[in-house]
Design a protein around this ligand. Structure first.
Ligand code: TA6
Length: 286
């Protein structure tokens, strides 16, 4: 059933306008309008799956540390725009909420269009949509970009997902074996030779052209991570020293997070006028 964004779904999250989707089994997702950013996902009866820094700035004046920042139209410092582009630091519009308790899902759609502020740093007309769909044990996030300009443009993008983990050193990530990557901490390229990735130090790797879904295993639980449309993945943990430099993350916060990002970075997406692109990240609790 299609519903207008009703009052129940609109909530105040520590002073920030947000939207809450819930299912009968107790599953819940919370998203801020700032950045259309997922802040929390608790699949029915289970623990939190998304890391949101307890020191995150929720004033709407700077990017939120944690959750699922939407990175567009520039990843990181790979261009002249502010770091990681502007989409994560603007208020999006909540377009619609759908909920179907019989089918067991709820979804919310947010949009962001170009404005004088975006055109000042990136001179193109665009429409971005972020759709979040919550179903039993599963979260789908889909980013769609439409070129509404009369010229072609190119962009890089990502869903910069901060997963909450119990203890990062106890995690094992499979699905990357044999994949080429660029190590962004040392600027080196290599191919992953380990059957599974464990994180015991700072990591910032851009994996190219993923061939398989990923599986994140922790003692007592596992999460499958599937991407469509996003050919790359970034695995990031700042570890102790870089974490200490982040004023919006507690000193030991790095122990409880691992970013597994669905990304389109290696080959920027070229979009002719009037065309759409979309990419999706799906998280499934096993
Ligand atoms: O995706 C990894 C990364 O680009 C890292 O290099 C790291 O700095 C991180 O994102 C966070 O960036 P931010 O601008 O949010 O501090």
């Amino acid at each position: 059933m299609a519903m207008p964004p009703h009052m129940d779904a609109r909530i105040d999250f520590h002073g920030m306008p947000a939207c809450r989707l819930a299912l009968d089994d107790g599953s819940q997702v919370i998203m801020a309008l700032h950045g259309a950013q997922v802040l929390s996902w608790t699949p029915g009866g289970q623990a939190e799956r998304i890391y949101l820094s307890p020191d995150a700035d929720l004033s709407g004046q700077r990017p939120i540390r944690g959750g699922v920042p939407v990175i567009f139209p520039q990843f990181g410092a790979l261009g002249p725009l502010p770091r990681h582009g502007f989409a994560r630091n603007l208020a999006w519009h909540l377009e619609a909420i759908h909920s179907n308790s019989r089918e067991g899902y709820a979804s919310a759609r947010f949009s962001l269009c170009d404005s004088p502020a975006t055109r000042e740093v990136w001179p193109y007309a665009f429409r971005a949509e972020l759709t979040c769909c919550l179903s039993e044990n599963r979260l789908d996030l889909e980013l769609e970009i439409c070129n509404t300009d009369h010229r072609a443009f190119a962009f890089t993008a990502a869903l910069h997902t901060y997963l909450r983990v119990q203890e990062v050193e106890e995690c094992q990530l499979t699905g990357l074996h044999g994949q080429p990557y660029t190590d962004q901490t040392h600027g080196r390229s290599a191919r992953d030779t380990a059957p599974e990735l464990t994180v015991e130090d700072e990591i910032d790797r851009l994996y190219h052209d993923l061939e398989r879904p990923l599986l994140l295993r922790e003692p007592g639980r596992a999460l499958a991570i599937h991407m469509q449309g996003f050919p790359d993945a970034v695995i990031w943990n700042p570890w102790e020293r870089k974490c200490a430099d982040l004023d919006d993350m507690p000193p030991r916060g790095f122990r409880h997070m691992l970013c597994i990002e669905a990304a389109a970075i290696t080959r920027p997406i070229e979009l002719p006028p009037g065309q759409d692109w979309y990419g999706r990240q799906t998280l499934v609790c096993l």
